[in-house]
Structures are given as C-alpha cells and as structure tokens.
Ligand binder design. Structure first.
Ligand code: OSB
Ligand code: MG
Length: 379
C-alpha cells in the first residue's frame, strides 16, 4: 500500500490551509519574559490526493522567546514557504526541510509546514508517525514546567499537585527576585524530588555569585540562564558551576548544537521541534547528541494537541532519556483540539499509541469553532 502510493504518486502539497485558533489556558503561564493567559495558535493543514497532514506552529504571541511570533509565521508561510512547496513533489518528507535551507531564521514557521508533511506521510503510509521518525520507545517519561506564581505558597501547592499526579521531574521558572529564596523553600518542602530550573535568559555573567549559589539545591539542571543566542558565556559559566547547564533558546540548528557541545556550553540539550525547524533537523540533532553522550529531552511551548502529539512522537527516539516538558492536555486547556486528549499515567509516562498517524485525531468541528482567521493557499 505504501510503496504503491509512493511509486505511482510522489507526494506533494496541492493545497495548504493556515488558520489561527484562540485557546485560553486553564492557568496563566509566567516566565522571566512575560505572562501568557490565552494562546493564539497557527495550525497548518495540507492536502494531497485526498490525504491530509496537520502541523502546529509553536511560536509565542510576542517575540520574547525567539524572534518569531504567530503573525510573522503567518506571513512567512503565506509569502515565502507556500510558493516553495505547493505543487512540488517529494518522496520523503525530509526533503521538504531541505528546500527551506536558504531561509534565514523562521524555524517555527518552517516546522509548521515540514511537520505537516511528515504527518501526512505517516497517514498515507498507514504507519505510526513515531515509527516513521525512527522512534523506539513505548512510553515516554514526563515532567512539568511550572511558571512563576503570585506567591511562594501557590508554587508549593502546584508542585505538590504535580508530584502527586506522578510527574517524574518538576521544573520551575526562575528570574531575579524569584530564585534563591524560592528554591530554598521548595527544597525544604520537597527534599527528594527531581528538580530543575529554567531562567529563560534572565541572567548575565554579572550574576555569577547567585548562579553559583544554586549549586546547593541539587538541581538536575539549570536551563538557559544566559542570553537567548549565547554559547560563549554559557561555556564560561559551566566551568564555574557544578549544576549542569541545559541549553534551550540557543539551540536553533544542528550547527549551533555542534558548536555548543564543542565549547562545552552545557551538558544537556532541550530539543524543541519548532525551534530547530522541524522533524528532520530535530532528528539530526538527536543523533548528534546521542553520539556525543549528551542527554536530550523534549521541550514544550504550551502546544495544543497537534503540536503536542508531534512532540510525543519525537520523544520516542532513543536519546530522549530525561523526562520532557510534554504533559497532559488538561494541564493547559479545558478542551484540547485532539481526540483523545493527551493523558499521563500515574507513573508519569505517556503511553505511545501504535495507531497509524499520531494516534490523536484533530477535532475538525471544534477547531472550526475556535478559528479566528483562515486562509487557503494558493489563494
Ligand atoms: O523555556 O521551556 C521554555 C513555555 C513557553 C516558552 C518557553 C518555555 C516554556 C515552558 C513550558 O517551559 C513548557 C510546556 O509546558 O509546554
Ligand atoms: Mg526553556
């Protein structure tokens, strides 16, 4: 069935649909760069010969995590990516990413299109997406990322809920003024949990003493303490602290990953599918880290169900040995856009569906209801 389709019809995008949906978060999410209460999410859907594929763009609403926003991604997909891909045939979805190589930046926009091509290929091949990617895990370990709260008590309560739910690693967001004292309190209350912190670039090397002081909390890692595009200062910092640095924002490509590892800018990589431009680049980075004994884990961007299901598929690759930030749908949204929603078992694992595709089907009617704009390309 697979070969027949591929031999007789190379796959191509006949039509590309982009839409924006709005989804309120069940609880606001605050990081050092700002607070999000409602998600504005760009979804892609591609069509070929009656087959479809879905993608989700992982941009934020504002350019605070990276330069991209949902609005820049909309323009890039419409004016730059769609003219490149529409009508052009491919035999493997990894080729699509190659066509975008000439584009500087805009990885999340590229990923939203490339990942839809992988999604469609899995459906056409009647194969599980994780299998198409080369994944080997039957379940994936999950952690949670807990934002900055109004009060320390609120944070402790959130941690308690997630620990009791079975999550295998707790990550809390830190920023100047919400760091040492908060961690001291968290550690006093939960001496044994696997704990990490994420600064989202809130510090500089001038904060070296504060960053050194965090060594006393036995953290699994400190994520992206310094500038969003830096690997030089992180390398200086890693030499001076015991806690493992994990790079998030800085890892935008395989090339950047290689340089960061060569410079010893960190010892762990948070791999985000959108931030690196899609599945092809993510697989390359995974393989590179695996060969260099650098543990990777799957980061999150407050994704709705389509992006979440793609993250889950990616996290089945063998090098994803640490718990990711991919957690249950209900932690984010009252009503996720996929059926079934993502659930996490009491031991803190997501069990991998062996169904063709992702095992999570987009709820078309519901998606239509929460759509605020839509365009079909070519126009
Ligand atoms: O730095 O990992 C991050 C959310 C939005 C932008 C950046 C980050 C995050 C998270 C949340 O930490 C991860 C999630 O639960 O999806
Ligand atoms: Mg991060």
């Amino acid at each position: 069935m697979k070969l027949q389709f591929l031999q007789e019809n190379n796959i191509k995008i006949e039509r590309l649909e982009i839409r924006e949906i709005n989804l309120p978060l069940v609880h606001y999410f605050e990081t050092s760069f700002g607070k999000t209460e409602k998600r504005r999410i760009l979804l892609t859907k591609i069509f070929c010969n009656g087959a479809v594929g879905y993608g989700e763009c992982t941009t934020g609403e504002k350019p605070f995590f990276s330069h991209e926003t949902i609005d820049t991604a909309w323009i890039i997909i419409k004016d730059v990516l769609s003219p490149i891909v529409i009508g052009k045939e491919w035999t493997a979805p990894s080729e699509v990413g190659q066509w975008f190589k000439q584009i500087r930046g805009h990885q999340m926009a590229r990923a939203a299109v490339e990942n839809a091509c992988w999604d469609m290929t899995a459906r056409i091949d009647n194969m599980a997406l994780h299998e198409l990617l080369g994944g080997t895990r039957n379940d994936i370990p999950c952690g949670v990322s807990i934002g900055i709260q109004y009060t320390p008590e609120q944070l402790l309560e959130k941690i308690r809920i997630e620990v009791e739910a079975g999550y295998r690693r707790i990550k809390i967001k830190i920023k100047p003024g919400w760091d040492y004292d908060i961690l001291k309190l968290v550690r006093q209350t939960f001496p044994d949990i696997t704990l990490s912190v994420d600064a989202n670039s809130a510090y500089t090397l001038a904060d070296i003493n504060l960053l050194k002081s965090l060594d006393e909390f036995n953290l699994l890692m400190i994520e992206q303490p310094l500038s969003h595009d830096d690997i030089v200062d992180h390398s200086h910092l890693q030499k001076q602290i015991n806690t493992d640095i994990c790079l998030d924002e800085s890892i935008t490509s395989l090339d950047k990953t290689r340089k960061a590892i060569e410079m010893k800018s960190g010892r762990i990589i948070n791999l985000k599918l959108g931030r690196v431009g899609g599945f092809s680049e993510a697989i390359k980075i995974h393989n590179y880290c695996d060969e260099h004994n650098i543990p990777v884990w799957c980061g999150g961007m407050l994704e709705a169900g389509i992006g979440r299901s793609h993250n889950i598929a990616m996290a089945t690759l063998p090098g994803f040995i640490l718990p990711g930030d991919v957690s249950a749908s209900k932690r984010y949204f009252e009503d996720d856009i996929i059926d079934p929603p993502v659930t996490v078992n009491k031991d803190g694992f997501i069990e991998i569906s062996q169904m063709p595709g992702t095992g999570y089907e987009p709820r078309e009617e519901y998606i239509e209801i929460i759509t605020v704009r839509k365009e079909t390309l070519p126009a």
